[in-house]
Write a protein that binds this ligand. Structure first.
Ligand SMILES: [Zn+2]
Length: 321
């Protein structure tokens, strides 16, 4: 009996990206999750387990748990996310390590996305598969020899993508469980939900032009991604790569820490804007400059819930730093 693992992305204080009334962490856990869990129970030859919903595997991996704690006997790991960009970006994709070729599960999962949401433009010629080497869990699982993929189900920032997922949620879940395990589940999924009666149109307030962050003072992936959008840096993935861990920056949840001193594009952009040395590493001097600019206590230290980050989020929501 093969045992597969499904991981809901973000969580543990990080809501992930937001759009169209949803957040990534709660969409996968609360909207899609119950349907996945229902079909997982109907499997006869395979087992699907779910990673602890109260945790964010990404944050756990950063502390040496998470991806490091998954048994090497696990047949496959599938981490579920939604993408975010401008409201016109559409389609989903399956991310695998650039050191591998897609396996049958990757192809099957990508086919499910293609069927219900369509593929993101950049992966149309690769059957919905995108290869990367800059994601933490992806790299840890690759190193450990455990089959892993990160699935972007569609763009949470695209109303059409979200509508398609929500309308077909039960069928999407059934097909995903089948794709992940390679096992057919008997019975048919619930029909797409009937369109809700249309309420009398009322004047809608002007939509904010940018994704609205929760002002929670936590520097997670959604905040990093908005910052990447704001500075229009390459790779708007919500990850602040190649940071050097210190007490000052250890609570930047979006940071990926290593010892390379390579730094990150978005930090370079932030540093240029702050007029400090642009080495791409968000250390004490950069944080002090940011705190001064945000008008908060300039102690050079990002707290787990930070006033400086709250102000940054407020300004990002107004799209004016
Ligand atoms: Zn995500």
């Amino acid at each position: 009996m093969a045992e597969h693992l499904i991981v809901y992305g973000h969580g543990q204080g990080d809501p992930g990206a937001g759009g169209n009334g949803y957040q990534e962490a709660t969409f996968t856990r609360n909207i899609l999750g119950p349907h996945l869990e229902k079909y997982a129970k109907q499997l006869k030859k395979n087992k699907v387990k779910f990673y602890d919903k109260s945790l964010d595997m990404y944050q756990q991996t950063q502390t040496g748990k998470g991806a490091y704690s998954v048994s090497t006997k696990t047949a496959s790991v599938t981490e579920l996310h939604l993408d975010a960009a401008s409201s016109s970006a559409t389609g989903g994709h399956v991310i695998i390590s650039s050191s591998f070729s897609p396996d049958k599960y990757d192809v099957a999962i990508a086919a499910v996305i293609g069927k219900y949401v369509g593929w993101w433009g950049s992966v149309k010629n690769t059957k919905g598969i995108n290869k990367r080497s800059d994601l933490l869990n992806l790299n840890v699982f690759a190193k450990r020899g455990i089959s892993y993929r990160l699935v972007e189900l569609g763009f949470i920032t695209n109303k059409n993508d979200v509508d398609k997922l929500v309308k077909n949620i039960d069928a999407v879940a059934k097909d995903l469980i089948e794709a992940i395990t390679g096992e057919k589940i008997s019975g048919t999924a619930s029909k797409p939900a009937a369109a809700k009666p249309v309420a009398k149109p009322k004047p809608t307030p002007a939509k904010p032009a940018v994704i609205q962050l929760k002002v929670d003072g936590q520097f997670g992936n959604a905040t990093a991604r908005r910052l990447q959008e704001y500075f229009n840096t390459a790779g708007k993935d919500g990850i602040i790569s190649h940071q050097y861990k210190q007490k000052y920056n250890q609570n930047i949840y979006a940071a990926q820490f290593d010892k390379t001193l390579i730094g990150s594009n978005v930090v370079v952009a932030l540093q240029k804007w702050l007029k400090v040395e642009a080495d791409g590493l968000c250390g004490k001097a950069t944080i002090i400059a940011l705190q001064k600019r945000m008008g908060t206590t300039a102690d050079g230290f990002i707290s787990p819930v930070s006033d400086c980050v709250k102000e940054l989020q407020r300004r990002l929501n107004k799209n004016k730093l």
